[in-house]
Design a protein. Structure first.
Ligand code: GDP
Ligand code: ADP
Ligand code: 5GP
Length: 206
């Protein structure tokens, strides 16, 4: 059947990555989302096992020592990590998977999965980014100031990604993301195992 594709989506906090990926998953039944582990506090409305696996610092350190993480990073003073077993099980089953991770994690995943496709979501301006962070209403002024500073650092890594998507008009950015996923699925290397029967027929008929 062939392995599923691995998509990495990164963005500065507030660029709209979470909203875009959520909408993409609603549109595309073939895509799954990797649920990360984090040591940060759950925000109002976030559910353990759905938005994140919320772990204590001790639990996180133990899994890290056991080598459970495909990648991990410290972001805004909290630890985040992706469990390797979950990723491998998903793509081995032929399902396409999205990782919503920061640039440090993206680097680690590229080293381990050369075929990973990475997408960086940019806000239309720095000012728009700050407005969105404030508008979301989930973080205090201190946290927002910290996230804005880190956002600038994060954005400097845009050059490491395969695709840049500007999230100005949401629906347009969503269409672009969906188009990238669709195009990547038509690559020869991806199609060959999936179209084995058709391609075999073509090759045996010449
Ligand atoms: P995180 O800090 O990386 O987790 O960023 P989030 O994904 O949690 O949220 C960033 C902000 O962008 C939030 O306040 C969202 O509500 C906002 N946002 C996302 N999509 C839209 C949209 O389509 N329209 C508007 N107006 N705001 C959006
Ligand atoms: P991220 O996951 O990158 O931090 P979110 O998805 O939480 O970002 O989006 C941040 C805020 O900006 C949210 O309040 C969201 O509704 C809003 N937002 C996202 N995309 C747009 C857009 N294209 N135009 C205006 N606001 C947006
Ligand atoms: P938030 O706390 O706002 O949900 O996420 C903050 C940052 O952590 C985002 O930049 C997000 O991409 C990153 N992040 C979330 N999960 C992971 C993960 O599993 N690994 C890594 N490396 N970064 C993550």
């Amino acid at each position: 059947m062939g392995e599923g594709l691995l998509f990495i989506v990164s963005a500065p906090s507030g660029a709209g990555k979470t909203s875009l990926v959520k909408a993409l998953l609603e549109r595309d039944a073939e895509l799954s989302l990797s649920v990360s582990c984090t040591t940060r506090q759950a925000r109002a409305g976030e559910q353990d096992g759905i938005h994140y696996h919320f772990l204590s610092q001790d639990q996180f350190r133990q899994e890290l020592a056991e080598g459970a993480f495909l990648e991990h990073a410290e972001v805004f003073g909290n630890f985040y990590g992706t469990r390797e077993a979950d990723v491998r099980a998903c793509i081995a089953a032929g399902r396409d998977l999205v990782l919503e991770i920061d640039w440090q994690g993206a680097r680690q995943v590229r080293e381990r999965f050369g075929a990973a496709i990475s997408i960086f979501v940019l806000p239309p301006s720095i000012q728009a980014l700050e407005q969105r962070l404030r508008g979301r209403g989930t973080d205090s002024d201190d946290i927002i100031a910290g996230r804005m500073a880190q956002a600038r650092d994060e954005m400097l890594h845009f050059g490491e990604y395969d695709y840049l998507v500007v999230n100005d008009r949401f629906e347009m950015a969503l269409d672009v993301l969906a188009a990238i996923v669709t195009a990547e699925r038509q690559r020869l290397s991806h199609q060959r195992p999936r179209l084995a029967s058709l391609l075999g027929e073509i090759e045996s008929n010449h």
